[in-house]
Design a protein around this ligand. Structure first.
Ligand code: NAP
Length: 266
């Protein structure tokens, strides 16, 4: 029987977990694709490729060349271009494709959120002389805050930005903490206190890995400028890795969803 070959478009914890589970399954080859912008990322089980495909056409060519049976788009909810490319390549090739589209965070009564559409709008929404503002929106859009020379920024990135290429002019008053998720509540509490954080800018990423800062902000009554998530990608979406495995079962006639995450973790 031909082995199924699954491509995971990775970059999230869900993608990593799926690679572990699929790698442990009989009769399946799994390959994870990463954008390649994070130095020394956690290496998933199975095959790994890094770097862009060259748009939807490049991805469609790759799917045919590599005889991919199905694609799971497990990129971050804000990685809309990759998700759109995946939808287009799926349509063009007829290769089954699904997006993992986790639920966004929902504002609770005790949360002080200002919701905006873009990072640029987040920079404008910060009040004058806002005090130390914690940017958790990644390294690529730090330049959006460069006009705010009245504000001291603390950005959390995985690696020093100088090591990952030109990202435009940075805010004059910017310091960094280098770390990658998942983040726990205790360390987020400590960080907010240590740096005397007065405002937070966050993307509404959803999921658990980055939610602790929202809980810590709630406790300390720190206002959050929350960047709304983009529209859901075109095509079939499921909320999590379990549902994606169920879909693979049905689509390819496999029996993956019987395998719990616990079984493969051992
Ligand atoms: P994007 O704007 O949607 O993607 C830009 C381009 O990067 C894509 O067109 C594609 O190039 C390439 N690319 C993105 N993800 C890829 C993947 N998994 N494998 C191969 N190529 C990929 O996405 P992004 O914001 O640059 O995000 C890049 C990666 O970081 C994604 O894997 C995402 O899951 C992860 N991430 C993003 C965020 C965020 O807030 N955006 C947060 C955490 C993690 P080609 O067109 O040449 O194929």
């Amino acid at each position: 029987m031909t082995r199924a070959r699954i491509l995971i478009l990775g970059g999230t914890g869900e993608g990593f977990c799926l690679a572990t589970r699929l790698h442990a399954a009989a009769g399946i080859d799994v390959v994870t694709s990463m954008a390649g912008r994070t130095p020394a990322p956690k290496v998933p089980c199975g095959g790994l490729r890094r770097g862009g495909f060259g748009g939807p056409k490049g991805l469609a060519d790759y799917l045919g060349r590599e005889r991919i049976s199905a694609v799971i788009d497990a990129t971050h909810p804000f990685a809309s271009r990759m998700s759109q490319n995946a939808a287009l390549a799926g349509n063009a090739t007829g290769i089954p494709m699904i997006h993992i589209w986790r639920d966004g965070w929902v504002r609770q009564a005790e949360d002080d959120w200002c919701e905006v559409d873009t990072i640029e709008a987040a920079a404008e929404a910060l009040p004058a002389h806002a005090g130390t503002t914690f940017l958790t929106t990644g390294k690529t859009q730090l330049h959006c805050f460069s006009a705010r020379d009245d504000v001291a920024f603390l950005a959390r990135t995985v690696a020093p930005v100088s090591a990952v290429g030109n990202i435009g002019s940075l805010p004059v008053n910017l310091s960094f903490v280098f770390d990658k998720g998942p983040f726990d509540l205790e360390s987020e509490r400590k960080l907010l206190a240590e740096y005397d954080v007065r405002w937070i800018v966050s993307k509404n990423s959803g999921g658990d890995a980055a939610y602790a800062k929202i809980l810590a902000a709630r406790e300390r009554c720190i206002p959050v400028i929350m960047v709304k998530r983009p529209d859901a990608p075109q095509g079939l979406c499921v909320a999590n890795a379990d549902a994606a495995l169920n879909w693979l079962d049905v689509t390819l006639g496999l029996t993956l969803s019987d395998m719990s995450a616990k079984e493969v973790a051992t």
